[in-house]
Design a protein around this ligand. Sequence first.
Ligand code: CA
Length: 242
Amino acid sequence: MFEEAIRTYLQTHRFASLHLKAVLFDMDGVLFDSMKNHAAAWHEAMKRYHLHMTPEEAYLHEGRTGADTINIISARQRKETASEEEIEAIYQTKSEIFNSLPKAERMPGAYELLQKIKKEGLTPVLVTGSGQVSLIDRLNRSFPDVFKPGRMVTAFDVKHGKPNPEPYLTGLKKAGVSANEAIVVENAPLGVRAGVAAGIFTVAVNTGPLADEVLQEEGANLLFHSMMDFNNNWENFYQLIQ
Ligand code: CA
């Protein structure tokens, strides 16, 4: 199964080989079990402004900017986009609700996988659309000594967020590697699209309520149902791309 996925990737992108040097990790829904909180906060904030978005739909839009998400829902329901003021108010409400929820735990399996990656001498890189100021503190607390400051791509480093490939292309640059020397680990459909568009072998971990097909249709090269599952399969996969 892994061999076939690798062969298909190499053919599609016309690479001779996949030789792993860096692993590009998305954050929410991959390193932290935080998507439940984001989905609940989006649903509730929209409701307060009479917009309807189920928590499940929040998973489909994961990775988009707040403004884009609000405008998509507003256009669908009211046939017009939201005003700047309303976008700001809804996003502020969403952030307040999110911050009031209990802090998300580390995703089970993520820490174990990162330890293996470090031990192999591979470079872990964080690639997130998040612009939380407390991000680095939180990462260092939960994953001590894993992500170096120069090896993080956040909302502040890019002009175009996911699904644009820019965040992952920036991740490659920060790691000093080519597309066929890295893999992307993503849980969101738009994140998978971004990884694939950057020409990188993209591993989807379906940690949310969406159907596997949603991630596969975006071009995921491999799919696991949890980070634990990926961690358990790591050795078998890694030996093929060393
Ligand atoms: Ca994510």
